[in-house]
Design a protein around this ligand. Structure first.
Ligand SMILES: Nc1ncnc2c1ncn2[C@@H]1O[C@H](COP(=O)(O)OP(=O)(O)OP(=O)(O)O)[C@@H](O)[C@H]1O
Ligand SMILES: [Mg+2]
Length: 261
């Protein structure tokens, strides 16, 4: 097996004196897809922040390629920052409202101006915003884009530094159903073509079912169940997972009128 990209062992996270995440262990290797599900307030985003280096551990350790995150040298930290990239809800958190699409995507890139501009066009095409079919897209600012387009720009920006792992926090929940489906298709394709590992946070079990081989379920800051996503969904062992599952129509919950797609 390959060396883990990112690991957490006994990870505890706190805001001030309140510990909100307790004793989490996880391992992400090249190409792994791990779903994190759980109700609002269960600690999913807090965990993501710690894995992204935005929140220090109150206990336990986050490891990047075998080194403690807290002890990385500046050079190692730079590598970590480009290897592990965030994708947040709908691009609003990630994109600077004053920056054009091209500037946002190019921000972390190196190389000549011309090479960067070419790479921006390539990345935009890769996320379904081909400037040849969307003339002028590179010059627009976030408020001149739809929610789905903003999320695509956020993903292009993450890809620009050639990450190996994306930490996605509710990447589709601000989008309407049809746009969600297309963003999920995009993520699936990127995972496939770039061999990207993903840690994907969502409250939507259908999303992890589609994208994540393994999943873990959080409740009140603890991991209460984990395993292959399919097994969790078909044979939940924990009553809380069963309750989550029962809330999703496709997975045995109440049938709702078919969504228009
Ligand atoms: N900046 C903060 N300061 C203090 N407490 C916080 C902060 N952010 C989150 N919390 C608390 O930490 C706990 C976990 O919050 P977190 O945002 O990680 O939950 P979540 O699982 O991502 O929820 P959601 O599904 O609603 O996004 C909650 O009790 C929340 O109120
Ligand atoms: Mg959250």
């Amino acid at each position: 097996m390959s060396e883990p990209l990112l690991e957490a062992s006994g990870l505890c996270l706190a805001y001030g004196r309140t510990t909100v995440v307790h004793d989490v262990d996880l391992t992400l290797r090249e190409g792994d897809t791990l779903g994190v599900v759980g109700e609002s307030g269960s600690g999913k985003s807090t965990l993501a922040r710690a894995l992204l280096g935005l929140l220090p551990a109150a206990g336990g350790t986050v490891w990047f390629r075998g080194s403690s995150l807290a002890g990385l040298s500046r050079a190692e930290r730079r590598i970590y920052r480009s290897t592990v990239q965030p994708v947040f809800q709908d691009g609003v958190e990630t994109l600077d409202p004053r920056m054009t699409v091209a500037a946002s995507v190019a921000e972390g890139m190196r190389g000549s101006r011309r090479a960067r501009a070419a790479r921006v066009r390539e990345l935009l095409a890769d996320v379904g915003l081909d400037p040849r079919t969307l003339p002028g897209i590179e010059g627009r600012r976030p408020h001149e884009l739809s929610g789905g387009q903003r999320q695509r720009v956020g993903i292009a920006r993450a890809l620009a530094v050639e990450p190996r792992l994306l930490v996605l926090d509710e990447p589709t929940s601000a989008l309407d159903v049809t746009v969600q489906a297309r963003i999920l298709e995009l993520l699936e394709r990127l995972r496939h073509e770039h061999g990207l590992a993903m840690l994907l946070i969502t409250h939507d079990l259908a999303v992890v079912d589609r994208l994540c081989a393994e999943s873990m379920v959080m409740q009140a800051g603890r991991v209460v169940e984990r395993g292959p996503t399919r097994e969790l969904l078909t044979r939940p062992a924990h009553p809380y997972t069963e309750r989550l599952r029962a809330a999703v129509p496709q997975l045995g919950g109440p049938q709702l009128p078919a969504a228009r797609t």
